[in-house]
Design a protein around this ligand. Sequence first.
Ligand code: DGL
Length: 281
Amino acid sequence: MNVQVDRPIGMFDSGFGGLTVARALIDKMPNENLVYIGDTGRYPYGNKSASDVRNFALEIANSLVNDFDVKMIVVACNTAASVALLELQSSLSVPVIGVVEPGARALVRATENNCVAVIGTVGTIASGAYKNAVAGASKEINRKVSLTATACPGFVEFVERDETSGKAVTELAEKLLAPIRDAGVDALLLGCTHYPYLSAVIGQVMGSDVKLINSADATASVVREALAQNKIARSVQSGMPDSPRFFGSHEFYSSGDIRHFAELGRRFLGPELSVAKQWPK
Ligand code: DGL
């Protein structure tokens, strides 16, 4: 048995939202072991200073390496990835993947009229990370793409209240998305873990001609490629050779109320989340 491949993938977010990325990862790589930390005790990150978010991210990532012996880290939170990815990549001994670059690449590939938009938290948009990532992704495929980047304060709170449809959230979406509609974009990246849950409202406001891009799937694909490149993917052969299908273990930790995390998290993620444990351990 190859011990290296059996080490879990570590993933973290400010809370529940990153479970959208965990879902995509489990669906694409059901045999990988996963440890997820949701920092619900210090949530939300979106309106905190970049230096606070950076410190939280470093603390959690170091814990994933030292306490859980992870083989790779996925920064599932857009806000944390926007302000801390480079520092995490340079200070940790394992590969670190964020949600920003995979999402930006998927966005640039999706546009036909070269006019795109990204929405995210105040912290994410203020960091300029998507502006840089979209510029980088456009250059990669030799395209000139214009970007409108807009913060959507309030969206996360609606999702946390499980209010993903109705008059109030639709009115807010109409107000916040107006500049993007005016810009004539044909692709919009949901640059926040929570926004996929508002896809119906956002899609209705933007119209059916605008493609909504969710970075969760794009990130899971990049994780799969990186595991293969680093030769640390947990394949059938490396796990239980007699079994044609086998599943990894999935552990969930929260820095806040673990019962609430398990209850709400299960609604976000699905049946793999039945128990949440306390972090720090
Ligand atoms: N996870 C955060 C993000 O993707 C959204 C929630 C928060 O503000 O902490 O940006």
